[in-house]
Design a protein around this ligand. Structure first.
Ligand code: C2E
Ligand code: CA
Ligand code: CA
Ligand code: CA
Length: 277
């Protein structure tokens, strides 16, 4: 979405028959979407160095009855601004945890972790810990297979509160991954204090990793740092074999990206898993 002027958002997406012209209209449409269950989740596989499936990240999509599939980049910023991200995020967690619980009955999916993106507004809500507890209880999902992805800026927004909250959620058995790592300002000092299990190297560093010496050395530094801190590391946006091998040679053993699969709807994801096994 492009913001033109103060109050209008217009989508420049050829696949859309109609443009949603105003922020107010988009906001109304998002409320309707929640009510009418137009939000759905796509699944993108994560693999280890043997290319075995280790988990998936759920990525939000809006299946609009007239405008078709709308990507999160087009509505999440406004959802965050208006606070609608809170009920939307709750809905994402409910669907994801219900799915995770269902996976526990199938040998093919039993060991897969599921990563869920959590926005700053959602995480910093006063009762977020309760919400987590409730959704785990209601779904019956195994918390040790659930991973919450938070960005650096979310975590640094109120570091003391963040650490306390993360610890409480960690006590429920849930783990944390720092999303888009390298794009923010995390100091080692903070990293050491945050109860993280994983760091996710931002795809902007992966894109030209093979040809750009700066990106390559940044990634190498990140990997070395995760080793020092005893954290897992995963690279996102891996699109070709060269990038994957480059990363593997430097000690990164978990990958996500188009090389393995794009994010796909659940039924496709299950077919994909079946074909891989
Ligand atoms: P993200 O969490 O950094 O997710 C990774 C994005 O990279 C996804 O875009 C994914 O489709 C895309 N991607 C995956 N592999 C590749 C690759 O190999 N090459 C390239 N070029 N791209 C790749 P998507 O699905 O459009 O999501 C965009 C962003 O929207 C996400 O970035 C995340 O910040 C946000 N988002 C998505 N789902 C949710 C959600 O449920 N809640 C919240 N709060 N934010 C979400
Ligand atoms: Ca993510
Ligand atoms: Ca990311
Ligand atoms: Ca990103």
């Amino acid at each position: 979405a492009k913001t033109s002027g103060r109050n209008t958002i217009r989508f420049y997406d050829a696949s859309m028959q109609l443009a949603i012209d105003t922020r107010a209209e988009l906001e109304d449409e998002m409320r309707l979407a929640l009510k009418n269950q137009q939000f759905c989740l796509y699944y993108q596989i994560q693999v280890d160095n043997l290319r075995h499936s280790i988990g998936a990240e759920v990525l939000l999509r809006w299946q609009h009855p007239e405008h078709g599939l709308i990507s999160p980049a087009q509505f999440i910023p406004l959802a965050e601004e208006t606070g609608l991200i809170i009920p939307i995020g709750k809905c994402v967690l409910q669907i994801a945890c219900t799915q995770l619980a269902a996976w526990q009955n199938d040998a093919l999916t039993r060991d897969l972790t599921l990563a869920v993106n959590v926005s700053a507004k959602q995480f910093h809500e006063v009762d977020f810990v309760n919400q987590m507890q409730q959704v785990l209880l209601e779904s019956g999902a195994n918390p040790s297979l659930l991973k919450l992805e938070l960005t650096e800026s979310t975590m640094l927004e109120n570091i003391e509160e963040t650490i306390a909250k993360m610890r409480e959620i960690e006590m429920l058995g849930v783990s944390f991954s720092m999303d888009d790592f390298g794009t923010g300002y995390s100091s080692l000092q903070y990293l050491k204090r945050l109860p993280l299990s994983q760091i996710k190297i931002d795809q902007s560093f992966i894109r030209d990793i093979v040809s750009d010496a700066n990106d390559a050395s940044i990634v190498q530094t990140i990997i070395a740092m995760t080793e020092t801190l005893g954290l897992n590391v995963i690279a996102e946006g891996v699109e070709n074999e060269e990038q994957c091998q480059f990363l593997e040679l430097r000690g990164c053993h978990a990958f996500q990206g188009y090389l393995f699969s794009k994010p796909v709807p659940l039924d496709e994801f299950m077919i994909f898993l079946n074909n891989r096994s």
